[in-house]
Design a protein around this ligand. Sequence first.
Ligand code: NAP
Length: 253
Amino acid sequence: MNRTVVISGGGTGIGRTIASRFAIHGDRVLIIGRRADVLHKAAEYIASSGASRDLHSRRVEVAAVDLTQPDQVQSFVDDRFPVETAVDVLVNAAGSGGPPEGTSLSEVAAAWEQTLRANVLTAVLLTTALEPRLRRPGGRVINFSSIAALRGGGTAYAAAKAALHGWSYTLAGAFGPEGITVNVIAPGFIDSTELFGDTMTDERRQRLITGTLVGRAGHPDDVAAAVDYLAPPEASYITGQVLQINGGALLGR
Ligand SMILES: NC(=O)c1ccc[n+]([C@@H]2O[C@H](COP(=O)([O-])OP(=O)(O)OC[C@H]3O[C@@H](n4cnc5c(N)ncnc54)[C@H](OP(=O)(O)O)[C@@H]3O)[C@@H](O)[C@H]2O)c1
């Protein structure tokens, strides 16, 4: 395919796997994160994996942008996306579990601000800046929430991810008449990412796995498959939805 795909958080974990899948399809893929070295390594990794090596290396671009900074986001869009460019798929996967909250009110305030900025503002600023470039009809916006938004888990993190749901519903309403869909993917425990840092103990990992119905951790490929499902033209009737990918750790909703 020949789509233009923008993936925030595309340098690591789930975002990197999603980027790889689009590159395999032959799309132009642009990955965003704050660390240029990580992004370049991801682009090399994607280019050197899979069968269509030449195709990959032509198609993966990187942009080191702190998506919580309005000026950086606007410059990025102005530089990389001239007015005539159309963005087919925007995946807002950038996020962070946030720091420990501490006990004093100023520590709590700082932790909440950082977590809300990392998980909500990143998606809001990038989507707002790219909104005029989204393909009409046919554009896709895919936001990344979490099982924590639905059942708790982390305080500021759960709240930040839940905030994305309400915002996504509003966007789906605004963009629907223009043929752009907006959906949310809410993963459960997904291994092989940087999200948990050094907070993941063997005991916690085992507890999360035991909590699934399938008896295993999720893999970024499990989540990328859901993006593959939401992105093509055939998915134009799916909008305003929250799609859970959690091995049955939370049922229904
Ligand atoms: N892994 C799971 O079990 C799980 C479960 C539920 C939901 N999720 C969600 O899935 C999404 C992908 O996470 P992941 O699991 O793949 O974790 P990850 O490996 O930590 O990926 C998060 C990415 O976001 C980028 N990022 C963070 N803040 C940013 C900022 N201000 N500007 C630009 N980029 C920023 C990071 O790159 P830099 O540090 O270089 O900026 C990193 O590449 C996240 O939204 C996460 O909350 C994950």
